[in-house]
Design a binder for this molecule. Structure first.
Ligand code: GLU
Length: 444
């Protein structure tokens, strides 16, 4: 939701700025991306033909640190989408107080139609194209939709070859043997479960009382469903890009995932051809019907805009957990709020991935690696602290959890920008008119 258009800030963000009484400088600086690069990536296909793919890297804001964010391979990737996603990364890193700004990358491609070799060439070609823009202190890519640890391994190797030195901290989400961090693969799902647990504890509910439907069975959706099942939640429905299944007695996500991937390995494919629908014991339902099930928690772990004006009124779940980025449109968000549906927002819920990425970046830089328990403990602590702060703020200021998360995130970004000096700092007369006390003044 709250898509960031380059021509102006959306109404939601304006309300956040007004509430925080941020300086005009901050509004202007957050109104557009700092850097947008569009690249053409020529790839030699297996049949000898050359195909040129379009890719983007958008660095939205770097006031709080080097920019950070994943790279997605998807046929719907566009400059506009990557810009929205880079804005959300900026907010997300600030919500959980990481020393990073926000960025995102993407290539417009249907990766499911590529062979392994073609995928490797495309991944390396993307890094060759954006090499000058990235670096451990500049901009740090990571996995996102349809990219994984293997792709990150190719990307960091390509960077190292161009640089003629090892620079593991330039990319996070790498395979363990190539400088990756223990706990990174499951981190987004783990962080999301941590936020859900803290929220449900606040409502005096136990996992056993809650029936959960999960839309999206990629890396984040799967690990969330697996960990939630282990924690005692009843997963009654699952869906992927091919279909959905439903079983009121509860589904066990792990064997379903293993089956899907075993078939893929047998067929020698990079991406899954199989679906959760192969699960014979469960009832098959429409993907849209999963969203409208009468469950306690609806988990959105697929793509943007899953809930819009058309279906918002049919949502029966009283609680939505946003694991995907932007799965609820701005219009739908208002309708859900009016209907009393609580939305645990993406910029908090899915921050586990970038939190673990930060831990990987730190380990790469100090050249020492921590056991999984250390990474998990630090992840739980950081996301837990951010979640509690958002819950408190929402209660104190009587606002939605999304508004509370944005107040936290934008507040930190605005504070950083103000410490560089705003109009009231540089213009003494304006300061006197505004009553003084401008941020950035304290240090003189
Ligand atoms: N793609 C993930 C996200 O949207 C992770 C980003 C990262 O680790 O930098 O949060």
């Amino acid at each position: 939701m709250s898509k960031q258009s380059e021509n102006g800030t959306p109404a939601f963000l304006e309300r956040i700025f007004d509430r925080l009484q941020v300086a005009d400088d901050v509004r202007q600086r957050l109104a557009s991306a700092k850097l947008t690069a569009q690249v053409s990536i020529p790839v030699r296909m297996d049949d000898g033909a050359l195909k040129v793919f379009q890719g983007w890297r958008v660095q939205y804001d770097d006031t709080r640190g080097p920019t950070k964010g994943g790279v997605r391979f998807h046929p719907q990737v566009s400059r506009e989408e990557v810009t929205h996603l880079s804005f959300w990364m900026t907010i997300k890193c600030a919500v959980v107080d990481l020393p990073f700004g926000g960025a995102k990358g993407g290539v417009c491609v249907d990766p499911k139609g590529l062979s392994r070799l073609e995928l490797e060439r495309l991944s390396r070609g993307y890094i060759r194209a954006i090499h000058d823009l990235i670096g451990p202190d500049r901009d740090i890519p990571a996995p996102d939709v349809n990219t994984n640890a293997t792709v990150m391994g190719w990307m960091s190797d390509e960077y190292a070859q161009i640089e003629r030195r090892q620079v593991p901290a330039v990319i996070t989400g790498k395979p363990l043997g190539l400088g990756g961090s223990a706990g990174r693969v499951a981190a987004t799902g783990r962080g999301a479960l941590q936020v859900l647990q803290l929220w449900t504890q606040r409502q005096d509910k136990s996992p056993e009382q809650l029936r959960v439907a999960v839309q999206g069975f990629g890396n984040a959706g799967y690990h969330f469903a697996r960990l939630a099942h282990e924690a005692g939640y009843r997963i009654v429905a699952l869906s992927d890009s091919k279909g959905a299944i439903h079983d009121e007695d509860g589904l066990n996500p792990e064997p379903i995932w293993k089956h899907k991937h075993a078939t893929r390995e047998l067929k020698g494919m990079v991406y899954c051809d199989e679906s959760v629908c192969e699960e014979r014991d469960a009832e098959r339902i429409e993907q849209q019907a999963l969203l409208e099930l009468d469950v306690d928690v609806l988990v959105l772990a697929a793509l943007e805009d899953a809930i819009d004006e058309d279906n918002a009124g049919r949502i029966k779940a009283p609680l939505i957990l946003e694991i995907a980025n932007g799965p609820v449109t701005a219009e739908a968000d208002q309708l859900l709020e009016d209907a009393g549906v609580v939305v645990l927002p993406d910029v908090l819920v899915n921050a586990g991935g970038v939190i673990a990425s930060h831990l990987e970046w730190v380990q790469n830089r100090i050249g020492d690696y921590w056991p999984q328990e250390t990474v998990e403990q630090r992840l739980d602590d950081r996301i837990g602290k951010a979640a509690e702060a958002c819950f408190e703020r929402a209660e104190q200021e009587q606002v939605s959890l999304r508004t509370a998360a944005y107040l936290q995130g934008v507040g930190r970004i605005a504070a950083a920008m103000s410490q560089q000096g705003t109009r009231t700092y540089f213009n003494e007369r304006a300061e006197r008119r505004c009553g003084g006390g401008a941020s950035g003044r304290q240090s003189d």
